[in-house]
Design a protein around this ligand. Structure first.
Ligand SMILES: Cc1ncc(COP(=O)(O)O)c(C=O)c1O
Length: 385
């Protein structure tokens, strides 16, 4: 079965917006003789950092590894706790463990699905080293309370912007708001390089060290050595990693960055159409956008209102039977097998309610109005309307 066959007869949840331009860009790199991390990675870093309004971009092979480096370079190590939302991808918490720390979960604001500052404040103890704020599913969080909280307790602040490239909070783009920010370029995110990640930061020392650590800990990159015609010799001062993005991936990313604004516009227009249609369906609540933020709509998350005629899983099943690919909302990490013993008896009501009642509808650049009308019609029919 070819990859395109996978999408026949059903409306997928997502589909990356890639085409001939990405093919040509990747092919050029393959034919150039330099396929690993090199000039295209540097160009991609400049494009992303420039877009978000940060001084530096450091590309990595995933957001997980970008987070690991950022946490490590922010001082998180064994014995340190990191306060973060339970309502996020396991990868956010995995990165804390990779750095040697322990995630300490807090609840979300039920309307925005982003970390609740009061819940985060209540989770701070003398062991806390950092606060990790996630800009969830394309909606930028308000960083002001977290900047104040981190300053008050002398903590590092880190942002996980995996899903939210292109979103803004108080007029600033995620990645250029307050703290070092990590992005993902997995196909479910705003732009894709297949797999990939990046740190954006204004901190020159953090950027320099991240560049060294992502590439085996070598003091000099392959590109610098190449440019110096082999006269430079690298030194190793620390244990490093292989977290490198390739130039093939970066070339795709450069093309994707040129399309980013158009992608945000398309997603926003689709969200407006869903919002309007859902206004006529009492059981369903559309996503909320607070006045300080813009949503990039990497996902369109709806919530079944209390008293709806069926539960979320029944609705999901019915949509699947109708050929519409939806997904349940984010499952809270404190209820995952890895954490449940540690969090036995602990409840984060907003995260748990979101896990029970929310689901994603298809949204992606290239989703046609006809397809979207079918999603809406099938949603009505699945709800028995
Ligand atoms: C909020 C969040 N952070 C981090 C990640 C990890 O990204 P990656 O798969 O690029 O490591 C994801 C991936 O789904 C995510 O949703």
């Amino acid at each position: 079965m070819s990859a395109t066959d996978l999408f026949q007869d059903q409306i997928p949840l997502l589909k990356p917006w890639t085409g001939e331009e990405e093919v040509r860009a990747a092919a050029e790199v393959i034919l150039s003789g330099w396929v690993s991390q090199g000039p295209k990675v540097a160009e991609f870093e400049t494009a992303v950092a420039g877009y978000v309004g940060a001084r530096y971009g450091v590309a990595t092979n995933a957001c997980t590894t970008a987070l690991h480096l950022t946490l490590h370079l922010s001082g998180v190590g064994p014995g340190d706790d990191v306060v973060m939302p339970s309502h996020t991808c396991m990868a956010t918490a995995n990165a804390v463990h990779h750095a040697g720390g322990q995630p300490v979960f807090a609840d979300i604001d039920p309307r925005t699905y982003n970390l609740d500052p009061q819940s985060a404040a209540a989770a701070i103890t003398p062991r806390t080293k950092a606060i990790l704020v996630v800009h969830q599913i394309g909606l930028a969080a308000d960083m002001q309370p977290f900047v104040a909280l981190a300053a008050r307790h002398g903590l590092a602040l880190i942002e996980d912007g995996a899903c939210s490239l292109g979103a803004t909070s108080r007029g600033k783009r995620v990645g250029g708001i307050a703290a070092p920010t990590c992005f993902s370029f997995h196909p479910r995110k705003m732009i894709t390089t297949g797999e990939g990640g990046m740190i954006t930061t204004n901190d020159a020392a953090l950027a320099d060290k991240a560049r060294i650590l992502r590439a085996t800990g070598a003091s000099i990159s392959d590109l610098e050595r190449h440019k110096a015609k082999g006269l430079l010799v690298q030194k190793y001062g620390e244990v490093g990693y292989n977290y490198r993005l390739t130039d093939i991936q970066a070339a795709i990313g450069i093309v994707q960055m040129k399309k980013l604004d158009a992608m945000v516009q398309q997603r926003t227009a689709q969200a407006r159409r869903y919002d309007a249609a859902l206004a006529g369906i009492d059981e369903v609540e559309p996503p909320y956008v607070p006045p300080y933020a813009t949503h990039a709509y990497s996902s369109y998350l709806i919530r079944l209102r209390p008293g709806a005629c069926m539960d979320r899983d029944t609705l999901l099943r019915r949509m699947a039977e109708r050929g519409i690919s939806c997904r349940s909302g984010i499952q809270p990490l404190h209820q995952e097998p890895f954490y449940e013993a540690r969090y036995a008896g602990v409840h984060f009501p907003a995260s748990e309610d979101a896990a029970r009642t929310t689901m994603f509808l298809p949204i992606f650049p290239g989703l046609t109005e006809e397809q979207q009308d079918r999603v809406i019609a099938e949603l009505r029919s699945a709800l028995g309307r």
